[in-house]
Design a binder for this molecule. Structure first.
Ligand SMILES: O=C(O)CCCC[C@@H]1SC[C@@H]2NC(=O)N[C@@H]21
Length: 205
């Protein structure tokens, strides 16, 4: 377990990647502008990742989980989860940001709604663990992102099984099984990229 998680009081000051690349300042208007720009960048990347998809019955294969988990790790829990909430809000007001062709409220109550809400939990959890030093190591970030993936797939499964009334067996078949292998690959990619970028841009942080 990263030492900072256990006892080091500096853990709470561990900076996520985005802060290393673009440090925060005390100035309130700068902080607001910085937050808005990072959120806009994050929601744009999420939209792009939704559009790279492979249609499957009920739930498409997309790159969204990779981007959600990288946003959590790179932005930290607060800005990371705020970015995902902003993404859902963009969809709710009708922008076509999700995997399907339309935005609006339908996707937020449709078959993939559970995954979409799970994105918020995953960005929060991955960001929280990253800010405790788990983003320094490929192995620990793999675990943190794995927890994120379990939250996304778990909420997606629960919604399909009970919200959409598919039942647990069918929800498992259409909502989990097709995504296990790709989730492991995305997890490994995200967990490799973030520490590598940290080392590249801030070798001593
Ligand atoms: O409608 C959307 O935009 C959400 C699509 C959710 C797809 C889920 S996320 C977890 C799992 N992994 C994938 O590649 N697809 C599903």
């Amino acid at each position: 377990m990263p030492a900072s998680t256990m006892s080091d009081p500096a853990a709470v000051r561990h900076s996520p990647l985005a802060e290393l690349l673009w440090p925060r300042r005390e100035d309130r208007s700068f902080r607001a502008l910085r937050g808005a720009i990072l959120m806009a960048l994050g929601t744009a990347l999420l939209t792009l990742s939704a559009k790279v998809n492979l249609p499957l019955p009920y739930v498409p294969m997309t790159l969204q989980t990779l981007v959600v988990l990288m946003i959590g790790a790179a932005y930290g829990w607060r800005l990371g989860s705020a970015t995902v909430i902003a993404y859902l809000a963009e969809g709710a007001i009708g922008l076509p940001v999700f995997a399907g062709p339309v935005g609006g409220l339908a996707p937020l109550v449709g078959p993939t709604a559970g995954y979409l809400y799970g994105f918020v939990l995953a960005a929060f959890a991955t960001g929280w663990l990253s800010q405790r030093g788990w983003d320094r190591s490929v192995l620990w970030l793999f675990v943190a992102m794995g927890i994120g993936h379990v939250l996304i797939l778990g909420t997606g499964f629960a919604w399909l099984a009970f919200g959409m009334k598919l039942g647990a067996d069918k929800a498992w078949l259409v909502g989990i099984v097709p995504f296990i292998a790709a989730s492991l690959v995305k997890n490994a990619l995200g967990a490799t990229l973030v520490p590598a970028l940290r080392r590249l841009f801030a070798p001593r942080a």
